[in-house]
Design a protein around this ligand. Structure first.
Ligand code: MRU
Length: 364
């Protein structure tokens, strides 16, 4: 199974996704700052994958001798600890701050870091070994993510039919998660169940996650895939060449608005205009129900050079500036259903999404 990260002998290894599909290079990381840089520089990307990476980054923070810096630790988590434990907690808060700033839009990043801070506070209060507790939790999160994706895949596969041509955007596959994938997990599960589906992958400018990563994953699995330029998607839908759209998500607000890779919103508009279902597949760790709607989601802006340059060389005239939002917001009313590991939620999302958290593991 493809996984973008692994832990070996106290070192976090990341598959350098910037180099795929031409080279498979694994990079060793030993400090939280290196981990934050790797997340920011897109060595690893995809909301669940960066959350898991940060969870292991928090393990590295235990040994990192770095200065605690100026932190504003959460009193609840710090309360009642002796001075040595408080020092360790401060260091973890500093690592958390650095990691969380690396990419702001993915809900999974803050979710994983918060969870590790709670585990650390509990371990210190209970006199447990801090590093083992954090490592154990990171491994648990990784395994749960893969399991959840398989379950999500089975739920989502029921929405597809024999022969469906499914369009996807960016990469919401094994590389973007602990393994198996969310949107691609649904396609994998359908294919494994014997449905003869095929995939249409958008290139996904400017980072080419669709062209480089989605096609690479699907070819390895023997799932038929064809590539289109981003601007061709609506035309294919209009010609009747697409039966369903499935994307992942970076953050889903309480009302069901979805933040995902820039270019997702126009896909949803085109799908609506052509009567094609538009599905979003995402784990519960991507749901941010405290945020009322998409307007409150922070959208990452990246360097314009990702657009003005190609392989390090400027390809547009000097003096031209680029606007590089990494994500957009798809309004909930354009989303046919949200596929999660606890089942498929249909509108109205406010109620349906909240209920997911009240149900047990099998409450789909
Ligand atoms: O900029 P990226 O490559 O991190 O963007 C990734 C996406 O937009 C994915 O669709 C999303 O994170 C879900 S991945 C399961």
């Amino acid at each position: 199974m493809i996984t973008p990260l692994r832990w070996e002998n106290g070192v976090l290894w990341l598959l350098d996704q910037r180099k795929l599909p031409r080279e498979e290079v694994w990079l060793p990381l030993e400090t939280p700052r290196e981990v934050a840089d790797a997340i920011r520089d897109m060595v690893v990307r995809g909301a669940p994958a960066i959350g898991l990476t940060a969870a292991f980054g928090m393990v590295l923070a235990v040994r990192d001798g770095g200065d605690a810096g100026e932190t504003t630790p959460d009193e609840v988590l710090r309360g009642g600890l002796d001075a040595a434990s408080q020092g360790q907690m401060e260091r973890l808060f500093e690592a958390a701050r650095v990691l969380e700033m690396a990419r702001p839009t993915a809900a999974n990043l803050a979710w994983a870091i918060r969870r590790q801070l709670q585990v650390a506070a509990d371990a210190l209060a209970g006199d447990e070994d801090l590093e083992s507790a954090l490592l154990c939790e990171a491994r648990k999160m990784h395994a749960a993510d893969v399991d959840g994706n398989r379950t999500m895949g089975r739920h989502g596969a029921q929405l597809l039919r024999e022969g469906d041509r499914v369009l996807t955007h960016c990469n919401a596959g094994a590389l973007a998660t602990g393994g198996y994938g969310t949107a691609l997990g649904v396609m994998r599960a359908a294919f494994e169940a014997g449905l003869n589906i095929s995939v249409c992958a958008t290139e996904t400018r400017p980072y080419l996650q669709g062209a480089r990563l989605t096609t690479w994953e699907l070819v390895r699995d023997g799932i038929p895939v064809r590539l289109i330029v981003d601007g061709a998607a609506a035309f294919l839908m209009q010609r009747g060449e697409i039966d369903a759209v499935i994307t992942g998500a970076d953050r889903i607000a309480g009302n069901g608005d979805v933040a995902n890779k820039i270019g997702t919103y126009p896909l949803a508009l085109a799908a609506r205009d052509n009567d094609i279902p538009f599905y979003v597949a995402a784990p519960l760790s991507t749901l941010d129900l405290e945020i009322p709607d998409g307007e409150a989601i922070e959208i990452e802006r990246r360097s314009g050079e990702e657009i003005t340059h190609f392989r390090g060389e400027r390809v547009v005239p000097e003096m031209v500036e680029a606007i590089n939002y990494a994500f957009d917001i798809t309004p909930a009313e354009l989303v046919t259903a949200i596929i999660t590991e606890r089942g498929v939620v249909r509108p109205p999302y406010g109620e349906g999404l909240a209920q997911l958290f009240e149900e047990g593991e099998d409450g789909a």
